[in-house]
Design a protein around this ligand. Structure first.
Ligand code: ATP
Length: 364
């Protein structure tokens, strides 16, 4: 079956005065997909979302929704549901009136309105707050109502602009799970703006990683995490160890790098286009590193050093090891028997060649 494309952005561009803030943005969002725009503050996420919503007009390129060119079409003609970072409920209306607002504008009958408001309140698990005013709700409840209000019009597309970022950590996680459940239940095509890596990884079918108005990479959460297209993507998504060095040589499908501290790192399936003598950067995720107490001679993918810090964080322990002039960060789910996590102790770090990522050193 051919895929249905709900949203298409073709070479979209936006500038404010002479400042280009979104450039060469190309994306196709399939029907039912959950796509996140992820990137640091100011990278152009909201600007892109606002062009899709119709609050901003593109200065170049085309925007298509359900195959129709939408450049210049006002927001109310796009049949979109939107939820913003700040609670945008009308304070003088009850929850039910807030949700019903969009339906009244569309001249839906009273009985239909009542039924649909009831249905979305059930969907967000808040059927008992229909007669309350927004100020009588908690922050999390207000965002659920904002989501219900966006969904009640049965939008063809749901646009969410950092809807969880004003909530405290626990509530944020709760509502994140709620969003995931809602999406699984109703399957509405969704575009979600966030600067939070975990949110994007846990919710999305695909993530668009943005930087300075450009797309760095588009991929599934696993792709983005395990096969980042650039150093920016790798370091933006989760913690990593970054060791600078030089290519020492090739062996079969492995690349051998010597770090500036003298460690020998073997990387499997690495970028074999790198030539001996070329400057390269090695990346290893902290959770891919093992820690042991034995200090057998150093070898490939093994560094002997001294434990500097260890922090117990409940489900895992974070350690910092000083080895060959490198500060290596290690994240342990379980601690091997015999390893005493006491600062000053001699420890050995090791990792697998499959877990090493190598990129040419960035110029400048
Ligand atoms: P954040 O996560 O902080 O919301 P963002 O990735 O959503 O950031 P945008 O809000 O899209 O970023 O802004 C992109 C760039 O465009 C920024 O440099 C911002 O200062 C600029 N910008 C946004 N709106 C305007 C405007 N109305 N006039 C001038 N510059 C603007």
């Amino acid at each position: 079956m051919s895929k249905v494309i709900d949203v298409e952005l073709r070479s979209l561009m936006k500038k404010f005065q002479n400042n280009i803030v979104v450039q060469d943005f190309n994306l196709q969002v399939e029907q039912g997909e959950f796509v996140s725009f992820l990137g640091p503050s100011g990278c152009g996420k909201t600007t892109t979302l606002n062009m899709i919503a119709g609050f901003l007009d593109p200065d170049g390129g085309d925007l298509l929704i359900k195959g129709q060119r939408m450049n210049g079409v006002p927001p109310y003609k796009r049949e979109l549901g939107m939820v913003f970072q700040t609670y945008s409920l009308f304070p003088h209306m009850t929850v039910a009136e807030n949700i019903a607002y969009g339906l009244k504008l569309r001249k839906i009958s009273k009985s239909q309105i009542q039924e649909r408001v009831g249905r979305v309140l059930d969907l967000v698990k808040l059927p008992h707050v229909a007669d309350r005013y927004p100020k009588q709700l908690s922050g999390g409840q207000r965002q659920r109502i904002a989501i219900a209000r966006a969904l009640v019009i049965e939008p063809s597309l749901l646009l969410l602009d950092e809807p969880l970022s004003n909530l405290d950590a626990k509530l944020r996680e709760e509502l994140r799970d709620e969003l995931k459940r809602l999406h699984q239940e109703i399957g509405v095509t969704t575009i979600f703006v966030t600067h939070d890596q975990e949110e994007a990884l846990s919710l999305s079918d695909r993530i668009v990683v943005m930087n300075h108005g450009f797309i760095e990479q588009i991929g599934t959460p696993k792709d983005i995490y395990n096969r980042p297209a650039s150093e920016f993507v790798h370091t933006f998504i989760g913690k990593t160890n970054r060791l600078e060095g030089e290519v020492a040589g090739h062996e079969g499908d492995s690349l051998i790098i010597q770090t500036i501290g003298g460690l020998l790192v073997e990387a499997k399936s690495a970028n074999l286009m790198l030539l001996p003598g070329q400057k390269a950067t090695v990346f290893i995720r902290p959770e891919k590193i093992r820690l042991s107490a034995d200090t057998a001679p150093e070898g490939r993918n093994r560094a002997n050093g001294q434990l500097k810090l260890s922090s117990f964080l409940g489900s895992y322990t974070e350690c910092e090891v000083q080895a060959n002039g490198h500060s290596i960060s290690v994240k342990l789910q379980t601690v091997d028997k015999g390893v005493e996590l006491v600062p000053g102790k001699a420890v050995s770090c090791s990792w697998d060649a499959e877990d090493v990522l190598v990129m040419p050193a960035e110029r400048g």
